[in-house]
Design a protein around this ligand. Structure first.
Ligand code: ZN
Length: 390
C-alpha cells in the first residue's frame, strides 16, 4: 500500500431509508409488485410457447424441459392472480392489482399453460425470452432473498434510485443472447489458426475440476486486460463508463453496460475457451460459475468470504472497483480471481473498509439514450478541449 493510500481517510457509507419506496407488510405493495412481476413473466412465457423459434434460444432449449416448465408457469399464473386479488383488498389504489390480474388474464386468453410443445424450427437469430425469464426468476429468488437476509446496507430499498434503468439493461442483455453468441463465435473463429489438437487433447486429459480452474485463469487473464484497457485507454473509457455510472450496488447493478462492452466482453472471453477446447462439462461449470459470480460481486451483500477473499473476486473487492474514491480508481480489474490484480499491481482491498461512494467522478446522462450515445458525446466534448472524465 502506498503512503497516499494508507493516509486516505476511509468513511462509512450512509444510506438513508426511503420510506416512500420501502416495502412494508400489509400495505399491498409487495403483493402488487409480485402480481405484476409474475403476470408479466407469465405473459412473456406464453408468447415464448406460442412462437418458440423466434423467442427462445437453441442453446438453452437443450438444457431445460419446456413441457415440465409449464407446471412452473401454471403456479406463476395462479399466484399472480392470487396476489392481484390480495392487492385489490389491501390497497386503496387499484392500479397494481388490476395490472397484475390483467397481464395474467391476457396470458390465459392466449393459451395459458397448456400450449402444445412440439419440435421447434431452428433459427439462427432469435430473442432470448426464455433466458430472460429463467435468469430473472432465479436472480430474484436467490439474490433478492440473500440481500434481504444479509444486506451490507439494510436501508437500501429494492426500488433504489435507477432500479428501472438497470432492469431495462438486464432485459436487453438477456434478450440479445443469440446475437451475442453469434458475434462471439464469429469473433473466436478468427483464431482458428492458433487451435492445436495437441493442446485440446492434453486439456481434456486432465481432471474436470482442473480443467475448470484452467478455464477460470485463462478467461480471467483476458478479461483483466480487456477491462484494464477500457479504463486506461482514454477513448475506450466512455464505453465502459456506462457500467460505472451505477451509484447503488445490488444484484441488478452489474447489468448496466453499453452494448459495445457487453458484446466485446463476451466475444473476448470466448477466445481462450475456443483455444483450450475443454470438455463440455467443464465449460458448463465455468459458465454457471461466471454468471453467478458476476451477479454476486455487485450485490448488496455483507459476506466477506473469509480467506477465500484472497483468492476470488468478492463483493467487497468489486465494490471497490465501482468506487469513485481516489485510492480505488483504476484498481481491481479482475473478474474471477484476484491473481492478476496482485501480479500487475492494481489490487486495492483495505482490510475492513468498504467504499462510501460509488459511480464516476463526472456524472453521466441518466437515460438509456444518453448513455448509449455517451461514447460519441464524450468524444465530441474532448475534441473541443474538455478533459477526459473518470
Ligand atoms: Zn471497470
Amino acid at each position: 500500500m502506498s503512503n497516499a493510500e494508507s493516509d486516505y481517510r476511509y468513511r462509512k457509507r450512509r444510506v438513508k431509508l426511503d420510506r416512500q419506496r420501502e416495502f412494508r407488510l400489509g400495505e399491498g405493495r409487495i403483493s402488487g409488485y409480485s402480481s405484476v412481476f409474475l403476470g408479466a413473466l407469465s405473459l412473456l412465457a406464453v408468447l415464448a410457447y406460442l412462437y418458440p423459434s423466434y423467442l427462445t434460444t437453441i442453446e438453452l432449449r437443450q438444457v431445460y424441459d419446456a413441457g415440465a416448465l409449464q407446471k412452473v408457469l401454471k403456479y406463476g399464473m395462479y399466484f399472480s392472480l392470487l396476489f392481484g386479488v390480495l392487492t385489490l383488498v389491501l390497497r386503496r389504489h387499484k392500479r397494481l392489482g388490476i395490472t397484475g390480474i390483467g397481464l395474467t388474464l391476457i396470458a390465459f386468453a392466449l393459451g395459458g399453460y397448456s400450449i402444445p410443445v412440439g419440435p421447434v424450427e431452428p433459427r439462427r437469430l432469435s430473442l432470448g425470452v426464455d433466458w430472460l425469464i429463467l435468469a430473472l426468476l432465479g436472480s430474484v429468488f436467490v439474490f433478492m432473498t440473500l440481500e434481504k437476509l444479509f444486506p451490507k446496507y439494510r436501508n437500501q430499498v429494492i426500488m433504489r434510485p435507477e432500479w428501472d434503468l438497470d432492469l431495462f439493461y438486464f432485459c436487453l442483455n438477456h434478450l440479445l443472447i443469440s446475437a451475442i453468441l453469434i458475434y462471439g463465435n464469429y469473433h473466436a473463429s478468427h483464431f482458428h489458426w492458433a487451435v492445436s489438437p495437441a493442446v485440446k487433447q492434453s486439456v481434456q486429459s486432465i481432471p474436470l475440476l482442473l480443467q475448470v480452474a484452467l478455464i477460470i485463469l485463462c478467461a480471467d487473464f483476458v478479461l483483466y486486460w480487456e477491462h484494464r484497457l477500457y479504463h486506461e485507454v482514454s477513448w475506450l473509457w466512455p464505453v465502459h463508463a456506462v457500467h460505472h455510472s451505477v451509484e447503488h450496488m445490488d444484484w441488478l447493478a452489474g447489468s448496466r453496460g453499453h452494448f459495445l462492452q457487453v458484446f466485446s466482453e463476451r466475444a473476448m472471453v470466448l477466445v481462450p475457451l475456443y483455444l483450450l477446447g475443454p470438455d463440455q462439462a467443464a465449460l458448463d461449470i465455468y459458465v454457471v460459475f461466471a454468471a453467478l459470480q458476476a451477479v454476486l460481486i455487485h450485490s448488496n451483500l455483507r459476506f466477506t468470504f473469509g480467506p477465500l477473499k484472497y483468492v476470488f473476486v468478492t463483493p467487497q473487492f468489486h465494490h471497490w472497483h465501482h468506487s469513485s474514491e481516489k485510492p480505488a480508481i483504476d484498481t481491481n480489474y479482475s473478474a474471477h480471481t484476484v491473481l492478476f490484480d496482485r501480479l500487475f499491481n492494481s489490487y486495492h482491498m483495505p482490510e475492513e473498509h468498504w467504499p462510501a461512494e460509488y459511480g464516476t467522478t463526472r456524472r453521466l446522462p441518466r437515460s438509456v439514450i444518453g448513455q448509449m450515445l455517451y461514447p460519441i458525446t464524450a468524444l465530441v466534448k474532448r475534441s473541443r478541449g474538455a478533459p477526459p472524465p473518470h
